[in-house]
Design a protein around this ligand. Sequence first.
Ligand SMILES: Cc1cc2nc3c(=O)[nH]c(=O)nc-3n(C[C@H](O)[C@H](O)[C@H](O)COP(=O)(O)OP(=O)(O)OC[C@H]3O[C@@H](n4cnc5c(N)ncnc54)[C@H](O)[C@@H]3O)c2cc1C
Length: 327
Amino acid sequence: MTGATALPVDWAALAAEIARVVGVRPHRDEPMARHTTMRVGGPADLLATAHDVGQLSALVRFAREAAIPHLVVGRGSDLVVSDAGVRGLVVLCRAEGHSIQGERLIAEAGLPLARAATVAQRAGLSGLEFGLAIPGTVGGAVWANAGAHGSDMAGILESALILRADGVVADEPAAALALVYRDSRLKLIGQGSVASGGPAEVVLQATFRLTPANPAEIKGRLDEIRRWRQEHQPINLPSAGSVFRNPPGDSAGRLIDACRLKMTRVGGAAISEMHANFIVNDRQGSAADVRHLAEMARAEVARRFGIELVYEVKFVGDWSNWGQEER
Ligand SMILES: Cc1cc2nc3c(=O)[nH]c(=O)nc-3n(C[C@H](O)[C@H](O)[C@H](O)COP(=O)(O)OP(=O)(O)OC[C@H]3O[C@@H](n4cnc5c(N)ncnc54)[C@H](O)[C@@H]3O)c2cc1C
């Protein structure tokens, strides 16, 4: 997502045009804090909710054709949205349709991964249990090759329906999506598409190939994962999960903890006492609080260990004035 657009935009007229063409009425100046698990983020100029794959692709196509900066958001569980908010159109993905076909779960991009895990469990299909712990959507999880407890999307994804940058909708085999540790083709192409705003490619739907198993045994594994998360992660406080990627052979949490930074605070945000790679927004902090704290941890790890931590969370929106605000 870019910062300021070059020309003044009549957002009300644009919202009316989107409603006319796509059949979805966008909200104006919608606070993004309502749509991120970190609970930070200023207003989006326009926010439109897609309730099915048709609306998702129509909204993205509209934005592309009108050259409006746009950002697809799932559950906002990997995002830190700036306090200045997002210029352009946010497409909130709530396309949650799904079906079981034999050993396959076919899910629209907005289906929460935790729900996908329980749908699969009830159908006696194993492989998606790790999804219970990831508070994102199917689309966001494919984008990130999300994973936990020794599994990831790459292990179960058979194919994904992609709205490509060239406008073609293609059912792509997982092998074509270059899924590696917390990365995918979508993520890498998206990073190169700042000028156009949102991701250059959009996940519309995913097909997971799972393994038949006893539903009671799968439920046992889901319960174990739930317990483990409750004991090891501050899941009851606003956060965006792991702030940094684990550097090769080490853990970002261990390095930050070794700098004795647990419970260090900037404004309303603090490094979690439970897990040093989590920043929790426990006192209604700002996006700037979160970013300052993360930068402080990053600088301290670099100073003490000579390791440059790489962000796992994505900073989006208008950060053009970041660092210049009064503290
Ligand atoms: C408490 C907590 C625990 C977490 N634990 C884990 C964990 O164990 N493992 C893990 O991998 N992650 C974890 N995360 C991070 C996060 O949940 C995942 O990265 C998740 O996959 C993000 O999905 P989302 O729908 O929230 O994406 P968002 O945060 O909404 O978006 C992230 C990016 O994905 C893009 N995107 C979203 N939907 C689409 C789509 N349909 N097509 C193309 N691009 C899209 C967005 O444009 C954005 O760039 C955790 C987060 C929290 C808050």
